[in-house]
Design a protein around this ligand. Structure first.
Ligand SMILES: Nc1ncnc2c1ncn2[C@@H]1O[C@H](COP(=O)(O)OP(=O)(O)O)[C@@H](O)[C@H]1O
Ligand SMILES: [Mg+2]
Length: 235
């Protein structure tokens, strides 16, 4: 479904990605793990079109998408939940979700069905739909950011550090929802510093260090890999 081939990207002189090759099959949940500054966010931004490439190509469903704007990539089915959630604080929960639906031309009936789908996944958003975005807790804001992405009816969901800043119980709750979404058939690529959580939900993972992939394997094998255990699992 997704194929990144030999990607390189840089911020001026700072090379953030070098020779990144990854592929993701339909229905998979794949994690990108690695320390702060490894290049995880930059890789997600390269996939969603927010970061220009110096080299390499990105293919989605068999076609090259390198030349497409971020907006067009959303329309081809890629939804990106950015680091820090970026919900609209002055809009209500319902209005934030509505913004996600605006990315595609959908009928009212379709949008209402999507609201029901998101509210079934996140009942707390339904209860709080008339509240302003800023009044939500961190965990609820993350749920709202994911819900907003789902309103664009994506085929691929990109999640950047969904557990960042959340208390452990809430992080687990958000991850249970992500597992649920993936079990429903949606393909997920998630970036995490919380390696334990990421390897619980993802079936496969790539480990990034200094803008390069140094390891990739099934999640269960990576959990037992000495390098991953020492560097990322604190064992
Ligand atoms: N806007 C930016 N300008 C300059 N350098 C940046 C910018 N964003 C990230 N970088 C650098 O690019 C590298 C990769 O960053 P990033 O992709 O954010 O890593 P991660 O998400 O894994 O923490 C780091 O060295 C970081 O300092
Ligand atoms: Mg990051």
């Amino acid at each position: 479904m997704l194929k990144c081939d030999d990607l390189s990207a840089a911020y001026g002189d700072i090379v953030a990605l070098r020779g990144i090759t990854i592929s993701v099959a339909p229905g998979e949940a794949v994690a990108l793990i690695g320390a702060n500054g490894a290049g995880k966010t930059t890789l997600l931004r390269a996939i969603s079109g927010l970061m220009p490439l110096r080299k390499g190509s990105v293919q989605f469903n068999g076609g090259a998408i390198d030349r497409l704007s971020p907006e067009k990539r959303v329309r081809t089915g890629i939804a990106h939940v950015p680091e820090g959630r970026r919900i609209f604080p002055g809009l209500t929960v319902r209005e934030n979700l509505e913004v996600g639906a605006a990315a595609r031309r959908a009928s009212r009936t379709e949008i209402n069905a999507d609201f029901e789908h998101v509210f079934a996944l996140f009942p707390r958003l339904k209860e709080r739909q008339k509240q302003l975005g800023w009044s939500l807790s961190g965990g609820e804001q993350q749920m709202l950011a994911i819900g907003r992405a789902l309103m664009s009816r994506p085929r691929l969901l990109l999640l950047d550090e969904p557990s960042l800043g959340l208390a452990p119980r809430l992080a687990e709750e958000v991850y249970a929802s992500i597992a649920n979404i993936n079990e429903g058939g949606l393909t997920v690529v998630l970036v995490e510093q919380n390696t334990v959580l990421a390897l619980q939900v993802a079936q496969r993972a790539y480990v990034l260090e200094n803008g390069q992939i140094i390891l990739s394997d099934r999640a269960d094998r990576l959990r037992d890999h000495p390098r991953v255990r020492d560097a990322y699992l604190g064992k």
